[in-house]
Every structure is written in structure tokens, then in C-alpha cells.
Design a protein around this ligand. Structure first.
Ligand code: SF4
Length: 259
């Protein structure tokens, strides 16, 4: 792909500008793929499994191609705006570093980071139990036991685990972006503009909501793990409350294409 082709996709009016900024990145499940230039670009660059294989040279060639074009476009835009990329002020970089540091200490961010780790530990500690459950469901399927629905149950467990793992770290990443945006205060100077920080916080909140629902199903499926699952649910609920308090306008943020 060349720069012109990239620009053509980005400027295509069929795509909703910025839709990809406030989604959860789960393209496989997204209902807005036809409206997303990010999705179109990914399909253009990585049209098949072979092109996505990190062990394949073609994957790295495409990544380097994409990097080169992006750099060219950045230099072009900087030139148009009279920005000298070689003279970026070190104080700005230091300010950004300090803001990120401060953001990383906010309660909702700290708890979201802990949540990611707790989920990892939970799955590590539950490996045997999950295997046992798999065996039980398989035997129910073979025995065709009346009143059991092993296939349905297995699909439900897989679904909620997929959801939990998808949002496991994303909640932290989105909250970090939201809090950083709020602390730097840049957007506060622009009136009447939807604030990116609220959009990012909303994506985090949606991830929290879905994770809470998924853990609720895990609790029904694995009552023997009640204590540890309740601990996780309490943590998620606390992250949710702190986020809603820190970003009171997040829930009402209108995400382009989705809300
Ligand atoms: S909007 Fe949908 S298709 Fe586009 S990046 Fe987000 S999840 Fe993927």
C-alpha cells in the first residue's frame, strides 16, 4: 500500500470518523466493521491468516511498510503546520511523564491494574477445576444424561471466559488514557467538544459492566469458587464506582457510531 491509498481509505466518507477511538477493539464481534476505516486498513494490510502470522516475513514487511507510511504522513502534517519534529521540547515530554505517573496512582487505575493481575492468578489457580468441568461436561455429553445440556453449558462458559479475558487488561488501559486526559486538562480549554477522557472512561465502564456480568455467570457455574469470585466482583464494583465518580459525564458520552 502507498500513502495515497492510505489517505483514500482514511478520507472515505462512508466511514465514521473516530469510531475506533471508543470501541472495545473486538472487531470479530463488532457490528460496525463496514463503517470503520481502521477495520478496512487492517483488512488491506492483513487480508489473511498468513499475513497475520508473526513468524512469517510478510507480516514484518507489512508492519515496516505501515510504519514508513505513517512516518511520512506525520512528517507531511508537521511540515504543513510548521512543526519541527526535531525540536520537540523536553519539558513537554517530562510534563507528560509526570502526568502519566500521577494517573497511575489514581485509585481507579491502581485497582484496574490489580484486577488484571487478579484475573491471571484466578485462572492459574483454577486450571484444574476448569479441566475437571470440561471432563464432566464431556461425560454428560457421551452419556446423554436427561435434563443436562452440556454443549450449551460449555458454550456459555467459553463465552464468559472470552469476555473476561478480552477486558482483563483493557479496563486498565482505557482508564489510564482517560485519567491522563483529565489530568493534562488540554481538552478543558476547548468548549463544546466531546471530551476524549469521557469516551475512554465509558469504554472502560462498558468493559467493567460486561466483566461483572461474565463473573456473575462464573459464580453460577463454579459455586465452589464463591469466595474468590466474590472478591473479584467486589473489586470490579469498586473500580466502577470510582470511575463514575471521577468521570461523572462518562456514561452519557456519545460514542460515534455506537450510541
Ligand atoms: S469500531 Fe469495530 S471494527 Fe472498528 S476497530 Fe473498533 S471493534 Fe474493530
Amino acid at each position: 500500500m502507498d500513502k495515497e491509498r492510505l489517505k483514500k481509505i482514511i478520507d472515505d466518507p462512508d466511514y465514521i470518523p473516530g469510531i475506533y477511538n471508543y470501541c472495545d477493539g473486538w472487531c470479530e464481534r463488532c457490528t460496525m466493521t463496514s463503517k470503520c476505516s481502521n477495520y478496512a486498513l487492517e483488512k488491506e494490510y492483513f487480508p489473511n491468516d498468513e499475513s497475520k502470522d508473526i513468524n512469517n516475513q510478510k507480516f514484518w514487511d507489512r508492519i515496516s511498510d505501515m510504519f514508513r507510511i505513517t512516518l511520512e504522513m506525520l512528517e507531511e502534517t508537521a511540515g504543513e503546520r510548521g512543526i519541527d519534529l526535531d525540536s520537540i521540547d523536553n519539558t513537554v515530554i517530562e510534563e507528560r511523564r509526570l502526568i502519566k505517573e500521577e494517573a497511575g496512582e489514581k485509585e481507579c487505575v491502581v485497582m484496574a491494574k490489580r484486577y488484571g493481575k487478579d484475573v491471571k492468578l484466578w485462572f492459574e489457580a483454577s486450571e484444574d477445576m476448569l479441566k475437571q468441568k470440561e471432563e464432566i461436561l464431556k461425560s454428560h455429553l457421551e452419556m446423554e444424561l436427561p435434563g443436562t445440556h452440556p454443549e450449551k453449558e460449555a458454550a456459555e462458559i467459553k463465552e464468559v471466559i472470552d469476555v473476561i479475558l478480552w477486558y482483563q487488561h483493557q479496563i486498565y488501559v482505557k482508564l489510564m488514557r482517560a485519567v491522563t486526559g483529565k489530568l493534562d486538562g488540554f481538552q478543558d480549554e476547548i468548549e463544546d467538544m466531546p471530551k476524549d477522557q469521557n469516551g475512554s472512561a465509558k469504554v472502560a465502564l462498558l468493559g467493567i459492566d460486561r466483566s461483572i456480568a461474565a463473573w456473575g455467570t462464573m459464580l453460577q457455574q463454579f459455586p465452589e469458587k464463591e469466595n474468590s469470585i466474590l472478591d473479584i466482583l467486589v473489586l470490579l464494583e469498586r473500580i466502577r464506582k470510582k470511575t463514575e465518580t471521577f468521570f461523572p459525564d462518562a456514561r452519557s458520552f456519545k460514542r460515534p457510531g455506537f450510541d
